[in-house]
Design a protein around this ligand. Structure first.
Ligand code: NOJ
Length: 566
């Protein structure tokens, strides 16, 4: 096993997220699987990552691609078997990496035996494991909306009550106020840890404690249902439940573990509490503020475009807020986000590679644990979606249906979907220039991006100038440079709409991270203190190895990291 410097090993680690359905298909059914992942571990070791976060592979009806679990103690046959999972864990460890499972326990599938029992009668012992309420004046108990469109409540004829689901109606929310539920979740965690996994990424875990009485959320004119963050995010008992969980699951357990809390809507103040090691809750948060900056008032498909100053402000605020206590993850992409090079970068041929590398540079230079989503290390782009029928994700499908039902603007909806639909992240991993990007010999569940003929791992892995090579270099830097882990963070030119620059400092060393996040050249005064600084990493050929002037000429998407003694 790799020995990492710091006892809090995950501070100098880099995580790689695998979305199994789209990573590598070993049996030709068009859906990625565990055997496919096992076959690609050498690739991940070459990239240099420390931890794999595996999106859900549990048994599931796949209404939300596995984020709807019907058996927490089995592998879905789509992906393989428990025996293959055990092989995967062993092989990941042999490769010097760790494996973190994705645990979805704010809700289960409606096909989970717990819910099947719960819905069967009002006096079933599992009734209280979920959140059931009477109708209010003949309608839903409150005005909470589902993240996947419409009400967060579904009516059950058999028992004359509604159940709560913050996501799809096939994803009923568990009632964490019931101690039996909390114990059942803890037992599941122990079961997987005993199989050798190194921790969990906990899905929407700041939603588990709902506000007493489930009151209406303030209405928004023109909207019947509203996403009620004030009713379920960072609720009254969430810290107690997480501390109890960590105590019961991890006390007396030896090994290297990492606990990541996925937390939409979390505030910096709350994040500090969740990740203060002294409180024994979680190790780091995965927050969403910076990937919401391009959203308009009508929600995620109301795409506004990027204002770089706003994006920087958000990430810089998080850097400052967690500087003394707490820990954040650093990411551009995951399975719910469009591809960053098409979103905040420029995927036109002349800027594609430079902008993918520049964005990686500014992200990986910050304080926190970097996460790389499969294909990001190749600069994979959004898919050229044109029609509604090409989108498979239920979030996109429901949104489009509701726009049509309400007589909305279909053209705007399609444009929003193309730009930010989650399916952009979910097209097959681009391994080579062959059919289906080398992902499957069968018919892939989502088509491969046509650009896989030139944008693929095989083409990049041998090239020293590739996006892949740049990610490799950034990951190496994270391992070798304690200043990236511990150094303080000071933004420079914070309000500049095109330049992203900051310093990291420890008592003996300083780094300057600077990038031109645009196409027009800029000359930037960096001051005499950087004369003689070494170029640790640049993203363009021919950048001199040392800086020789108090100003830098940065061409389009030029990104550099300089290092100097203090
Ligand atoms: C967050 C996950 O990342 C997303 O993919 C999923 O749809 C929701 N949680 C519901 O589990």
């Amino acid at each position: 096993m790799k020995v990492l410097r710091d006892p809090v090993w995950w501070k100098s680690a880099v995580v790689y997220q695998i979305y199994p359905r789209s990573f590598a298909d070993s049996d030709g059914d068009g859906i990625g699987d565990l055997a496919g992942i096992i076959g690609r571990l050498d690739y991940l070791a070459t990239l240099g990552v420390d931890v794999i976060w595996l999106s859900p592979v549990y048994r599931s009806p796949q209404a939300d691609n596995g984020y709807d679990i019907s058996d927490y103690r089995d592998i879905d046959p789509l992906f393989g078997t428990l025996a293959e999972f055990d092989t995967l864990v062993a092989k990941v460890h042999e490769h010097g990496m760790k494996l973190v499972m994705d645990l979805v326990v704010n809700h289960t599938s409606d096909e989970h035996p717990w819910f099947v029992e719960s819905r069967s009668s009002r006096d079933n012992p599992k009734r209280d494991w979920y959140i059931w309420r009477d109708a209010h004046e003949g309608a839903e108990p409150n005005n909470w909306g589902s993240f996947f469109t419409g009400s967060a409540w579904t009516w059950e004829q058999t028992t004359d009550q509604y159940y709560l689901h913050l996501f799809d109606s096939k994803q009923p929310d568990l009632n964490w106020d019931n101690p039996q539920v909390r114990k059942a979740v803890q037992d599941i965690m122990v079961w997987w840890l005993d199989r050798g996994v190194n921790g969990f990424r906990m899905d929407v875990i700041n939603f588990i404690s709902k506000t007493e009485g489930l009151p209406d959320t303030p209405p928004i004119p023109g909207q019947r249902f509203v996403i009620a963050f004030d009713g379920f995010a960072d609720g009254p008992h969430v810290h107690d439940y997480l501390a109890e969980m960590t105590r019961n699951v991890f006390s007396g357990r030896d090994g290297d573990f990492m606990m990541v809390g996925e937390m939409p809507g979390v505030t910096t103040e709350q994040a500090r509490l969740y990740t203060d090691q002294a409180r024994g809750e979680l190790d780091m948060v995965f927050q969403f503020e910076h990937v919401s900056v391009d959203q308009g008032p009508a929600g995620k498909f109301d795409y506004l475009g990027l204002d770089l100053a706003v994006l920087k402000r958000s990430l810089h605020r998080w850097q400052a807020a967690l500087a003394e206590t707490g820990w954040n993850s650093l990411y551009w992409n995951n399975h719910d986000q469009p591809r960053v090079v098409s979103r905040f970068g420029d995927d036109a041929p002349e800027y594609w590679a430079a902008s993918a590398k520049a964005l990686a540079t500014v992200l990986h230079g910050m304080r926190g644990t970097p996460f790389v989503f499969q294909g990001e290390e190749l600069g994979m782009t959004n898919y050229p979606f044109r029609t509604a029928q090409e989108h498979k994700d239920l979030e996109a499908v429901n949104f489009y249906k509701s726009v049509l039902e309400h007589g909305g603007d279909e053209g705007a909806a399609l444009a929003g979907l193309a730009k930010v639909s989650r399916d952009n992240a979910r097209t097959p991993m681009q391994w080579d220039a062959g059919p289906n990007a080398g992902f499957t010999t069968g018919d892939p569940w989502l088509p491969a991006n046509p650009n896989s003929t030139w944008l693929n791992a095989a083409a990049q892995i041998e090239s020293k100038d590739s996006v892949f090579a740049h990610y490799q270099a950034l990951i190496r830097l994270r391992h070798e440079s304690p200043i990236l882990v511990d150094g303080d963070f000071t933004p420079l030119m914070a309000e500049d709409p095109q330049i992203w620059a900051y310093t990291r400092r420890t008592p003996g060393r300083k780094l300057l991270v600077i990038a031109n996040c645009g196409c027009s050249p800029r000359t930037i005064e960096i001051g005499r203190e950087w004369i003689g600084a070494d170029l640790l990493l640049g993203n363009l050929p021919n950048t001199p190895a040392t800086s020789t002037s108090p100003s830098l000429d940065l061409i389009a998407w030029d990104a550099r990291i300089y290092s100097a003694e203090r």
